[in-house]
Design a binder for this molecule. Sequence first.
Ligand SMILES: [Fe+2]
Ligand SMILES: [Fe+2]
Length: 374
Amino acid sequence: MSFLDPWSETEQNRHSDQLKRFVYQNAEEKRAGSLPHVVKQLPKQRTVQGFDSPHQTGDHLAYDLLTRAPLYQMTSHFTEVAPQAPVRGVHRHVSAPSLFCMRGKGWEMNDGRTFEFESYDLLVIPPYTVHQHGGDRDLGCEIYVPEAFRTDHLLGIAGREQHKLSEKPVFPAGTEPLYDGDKLIGYRIKKGVLGINEDIEVILGPEPSREATFQARQQAGNWSLPVENTYDRYVKLLHDEVDFCRRVNHVVLDRQESWEWTLQGKIKWLVHPEMEIAANEMWIYFQEIPPASRSGKHRHVSEELLLVLEGRGYDIHDGQRWEWEQGDLICIPPMTEHQHFCLGADRALVLSAMPSIYADFGLGGFEQIEVAPE
Ligand SMILES: [Fe+2]
Ligand SMILES: [Fe+2]
């Protein structure tokens, strides 16, 4: 398995960790420094799920780090449900996704409950929830999925389950459908793909040990016993977390949130840690930049991924200029001083997403370097 060589007895195992770390770090810094800060969208294609783009800055798996942009944690993908499109697949993963509706309207099924959304609304799906989305039969919808899930791989919770395939699945190159009699039960990844030396069968349905863990959480119910010591607090935490996910709404409506004038400019938050929503792996906000104006200039330890929803302009990152237009993804590496500038007669509207994990590590907050002109 050539692609998994880090796990085999190779030349690298003969060197000290400290030496390896600096060698890898040096290579990594060179790699990150060579990648662009603004990328065009990779186009969508037919998949086993429906009609989706590849991950724009690499998959969640750590193997896919620094593929297209200098981001470590954030990636994203796009999904389209055309009017009258085939029914999409159903799946589940531990990570709690947030899906932003770019246009049209649709619905989202989460563990049997259905939620409706429209343009510029955000769907927030609790961890390990079976989910499927669909578009309005006449309008369809386009969805942007910012994702801060690469740490899931490092935490050992990157597993994903496909429960149902799309009504008209297209199997990826190097795979073939897998049948039990007449029944489609999954697909087979053929020997040779990514260096594997035997076929891998991807069988539809839940993974038993993962499901057992989460079923036990689900069945935990409210905590009614007294909390008498520190350990009790964290027994209660599991009950509280699950109860919270049961109660909260799964849609943040664009029309219900309000714009704020801030040091950084005009901002409307969709997700931040103080909000009552189940998916808080990212901070997500809109920023509007008036025609011919600019945002404030700031810096934060966290990396940031922005989708340009409207307008055109450019960014300055640590003195370097990066042009962007509608549909582009702006990638801001950790600890980079940055500012957005709007060009042309129309406003620019961007959707920012930042991993919340930096704040959990005591590395949150914004350093304001220049205040927005308004
Ligand atoms: Fe998903
Ligand atoms: Fe920022």
